[in-house]
Design a protein around this ligand. Sequence first.
Ligand SMILES: *Cc1c(COP(=O)(O)O)cnc(C)c1O
Length: 412
Amino acid sequence: MLMSEYKIPLIDLKEQSARLGDELLSRIKNVILSAQYIMGNEVKTFEENFAKFIGTKHAISCGNGTDALVLALEALGIGSGDEVITTTYTFFATAESIAYVGAKPVFVDVDPETFNMDAALIEKSITPKTKAIMPVHLFGQACEMDEIMAIASKHNLYVIEDACQAVGGTYKGQRLGTFGDVACFSFFPTKNLGAAGDGGMIVTSNDKIATTLKALRVHGSGENGKAAYTYRNEGSLEALNRDTTESVNSDNTVYNASKYYNYIVGHNSRLDELQAAVLNVKLDYLEKWNERRLEIAKNYSDQLSSVQNKGQFKVPYASNDVKHVYHMYILKAENKEALTDYLASKGISTGIYYPVPLHLQKAFENLGYEVGDFPVAEYLSKRTFAIPMYAELTDEQQAYIVSTIHNYANNI
Ligand SMILES: *Cc1c(COP(=O)(O)O)cnc(C)c1O
């Protein structure tokens, strides 16, 4: 095959499905034949194995990553009149969830190297209305969790980790998702652990929060709903109560007698049994896939560093404190379009993450931010882009991408 005939996508989901083949299809077939579509054994197994994988006491699945964030905020009692501090440089859903529950997203700028919220800027954004900090482990790289947890504990704030892009990542050897009061994950197909559709998960080691989450995802009904109602009226979640009261272990499935007794207003946000079946198959491969991503990223960085000055771009920063899971491999270029156009002409896909920082999104114009408020995020939004990154990327494909970028750098 001629080099110029290459077509390399940003992520190749078809290749992953092809490699999983029958293992995936037979598991899906079994769900269909069992006709157990809602909250069956696949969901139960996935929640148990995911909690084990992350290292939290509970994992509560839900419809998608955005719902996971909304449910987490609601479980912590965050709503109208409250403020939540988060990053402006992230996917929209991070701050959308805060606005959705009626609270106000308060943005901070990011670090120009890690692209993550600059922990040094958090404290000056705290007001008497601040209830929580929502750090985002962007592109798969951990935030400065020591600093963030210290600020949270000093000011008695909740921490909700948006770990939607960082499943399996670590900070100083500890798994992401175990730092905050709760952490949220997405199984959108392109995430490192992707379903065949939408899916989400909330993890926590707090029993009361877990029970409240189980209630919220199914209309606040049944035994969990009753317990959640009690916690709310006691105000016992308010005090960052980390006691070890046993969680109520009702699964609230189709035949639960207390299903039609509703105690709090919730949602219908469950993980499908079919999606759980897919995720159970894939969870076993996740570590291996993340290792392969790390290897690809190291190869990119090793082989592109020598031409980055010439090509006027920069490879991503990698901290020794962090196990980065490279949901995306992000380059930063002064003349982004020249490089992405050149790659497109050679059959290499790129993607822009993210073109508009959240404080400048139309949907948030009511928050009153202006151009210039967060200069680092604004600078990055004009310069960053992703190049192909997925565990199935072959060495040959990677060599072609690297040599194409070398050609670009050597000819400008
Ligand atoms: C994907 C993502 C979400 C939302 O997840 P969905 O499953 O698409 O709803 C939230 N935050 C971040 C940082 C994400 O990347």
